[in-house]
Write a protein that binds this ligand. Sequence first.
Ligand SMILES: *Cc1c(COP(=O)(O)O)cnc(C)c1O
Length: 251
Amino acid sequence: MTGVDDPRTAELSQHLATVHERLAAAVAAAGRRPDDVELLVVTKFFPADDVARLISLGERAFGESREPEASRKIAALRAGDASGPIAAGDVSFDMIGSVQTKKARSVARWARSVHSVDREKLVEHLARAADAARAEGARTEPLGVNLQVSLDGDPTRGGALESELPALADRVMASDSLRLSGLMVIAPVDGSADRWMARAQLVHQAFVAHYPQATTLSAGMSGDLEAAVAHGSTCVRVGTAILGQRPLVSQ
Ligand SMILES: *Cc1c(COP(=O)(O)O)cnc(C)c1O
């Protein structure tokens, strides 16, 4: 299924090559080093078989945005339904979508990091959930937390205001089971991506001055990864350019 004769594997391989080229060009144009920027392949809406194909093509870091879709997919992969058993340490999955507090427990069992943390109540639920996941042996490392910041104050895409970040960061740091790793942004569709990413970079620089461990800037998707890399992104989240159009289902 994952071999070179499989048409879907060939298609994914071609798309991946294009995205890796775009990323390499953006990194070079910005005078940055290739391993400064992680590629997170966003596999939401696509089946475990596609994740297995991407693993066979060398990808190791994935982003998911919905529960219970993510839990089911990862369980299938780990059990070997899709591709043979996958060692837990080899492949990581990040939660990039908004998290309902009642889903914190399941997310803390599989996620390396959560990119979309934007309110204190969610931090509290994730801290308790990560404590529980460690006690159960479902995870060993602390759960990484990126605080999602809203660049334009419009709440529909989620994200905290810049002024709310310190209180959230302090709350994350108060938990041994959470690790403050950085910030995440989704650029508003209006206006130039370059301008929004420049703004994201300024917000991140000010944040890192107070929280030096928060080195991650999760920014950039299929349409704006070049602008994000030009402005200091350390993690691009790319779905459509690799997997193709998602079905039009509301979130
Ligand atoms: C779906 C999603 C992505 C991927 O977007 P594409 O435009 O398909 O690359 C990135 N970030 C978040 C938060 C998402 O929900």
